[in-house]
Design a protein around this ligand. Sequence first.
Ligand code: ZN
Ligand code: ZN
Length: 230
Amino acid sequence: MLIAKFPLTPFQQNTRIVACERTRQAICIDPGAASDELAGYVRDNGLDLQAITLTHGHLDHVGGTSALAEAFPDAEVILHKDDEELYYSLPRQPLLMGIPQGQLAALGFAYDRPPTLSRIWQHGEVYEVGDLRFSIRHCPGHTRGHVIFAEVERKQVFVGDCLFEGSIGRTDLPGGDYDQLIDSITTQILTLDDQTIVHSGHGAETTVGCERESNPFLTGVYKLTRGRYM
Ligand SMILES: [Zn+2]
Ligand SMILES: [Zn+2]
């Protein structure tokens, strides 16, 4: 399993190319921005980009979809239906986040409408990339339609903005819901093996066990004070 990380956008979003080493089938998880480096990596390594797989619809995760889809027109573009509206609102997202119109181009946030989705994720589906098998799990809370991709056998999970090393995704943006996010993490991520490597949308990699042990948002004491088990 090949995993290459490209931090893109002023938000340092971790765009990743993930591939099956045997078949050279590949996906791009969350292309944050147009990047020659990204397309170059796919070509230089003889990879066949079968899809642009999106965890959610925020601009720092989908901003490079147009450019990548143009470079690889056979790649399908897949997102959960509950983030469809957010995705197609990409040109308006920077303004909603308070970035002044006059600075959009300079910051790389001047977007056209992104390409039409090829299809939508179904919770529980298994998505195959060569020999790799990703379980698609709906994890709402950061956005309504956030999904994660779990390669259970190889112990790798791609969690977008649900979970970070020592932290969790923000829930103050439209569609965010704190309780729902904690519930999603608990039922969809913490149920994976402790050794599973967690690949987050921002920052460093961590493991399920490490976060279960030490993430202040997920430790038992915090849950008790929230009354979840009382
Ligand atoms: Zn996000
Ligand atoms: Zn993000």
